[in-house]
Design a binder for this molecule. Sequence first.
Ligand SMILES: Nc1ncnc2c1ncn2[C@@H]1O[C@H](COP(=O)(O)OP(=O)(O)OP(=O)(O)O)[C@@H](O)[C@H]1O
Ligand SMILES: [Mg+2]
Length: 304
Amino acid sequence: MGKAVIETKDLTKVYDRKTACDKICLSVGEGQIFGFLGPNGAGKSTFVKMLIGLVKPTSGMASLLGSPIGDVFTRRRIGFLPENFRYQDWLTGQELLHYHAALSHMPREVRPKRIGEVLKLVKLEDAANFKIKTYSKGMQQRIGIAAALVADPDLLFLDEPTSALDPIGRMEVREIITSLRDRGKTVFLNSHLLSELEMICDEVAIIKDGRVIESGTLNNLLTGKIEVEVTAGNLNGLLDNRIADFGRVLKVDGSSFVIELANEEKIPTLASLIIRSGGRLYNLNRRKRTLEELFIDVVQGGDQ
Ligand SMILES: Nc1ncnc2c1ncn2[C@@H]1O[C@H](COP(=O)(O)OP(=O)(O)OP(=O)(O)O)[C@@H](O)[C@H]1O
Ligand SMILES: [Mg+2]
């Protein structure tokens, strides 16, 4: 991991009596796309708001880009798309971006060029001179992303950036996010769209009731166990005894079953057992766990 761009130690927020974030310790390396997920009300937005200075932490510490949170010079290197974006909708898209460019102290002479670039990036060039109140929901989300990007931040927080977008719009935003990573930027992403996160994140943390309950690289989290999906005929009771000896049978559905194996070497052994026993093997597929399965597992697992 490159140097840490976000670092928190025991970061805590208590609202009245509700503990929204409970001693969160996280480290996010430079150039990463980091996914922050958890059920509704888990404390995701509160955590981001503490980092960018909209909510005051109750206790704990945090630093962004090597400086303690609240540092004004660092703040200029940070972009933020809030979850409930409501901008000054009497402005045009272009005016909004000028306003954000000015807030970030971007030199006046470079603003028009940069604003043109981000409008193009989010595909709103043609709507630049319309008032935001005439924008569709997806267009409003795009102008929000443009506002977060206009100052070319080194660290970007996006709270549900694609919730209002259609599948093509989502794909385009994924491309924008990965192109930022290619340029060495760090992106901290909140989303409930787990299949999307799975496509682009390097690392994730899952929080529940304000606590981190799972974290790591996607690769480690999703490839830990070996699961194999098999479709075969003529098994003649093989499943109940000899196959079950191989590992935990997770699911049986007609002539298909899913089995968890201890190691990779069990895969060819299982295939030859089926064939030697007269079974007809139609499909054998090593499954990767999906982020959604992991999420449901760890979030529900905590309740049992
Ligand atoms: N300003 C506030 N005052 C009091 N309680 C709050 C405040 N903001 C959030 N909370 C509470 O803190 C908890 C965490 O809320 P938060 O918005 O951080 O969750 P979230 O993980 O972002 O949820 P979602 O997925 O629904 O966006 C919730 O129980 C919420 O009711
Ligand atoms: Mg939220």
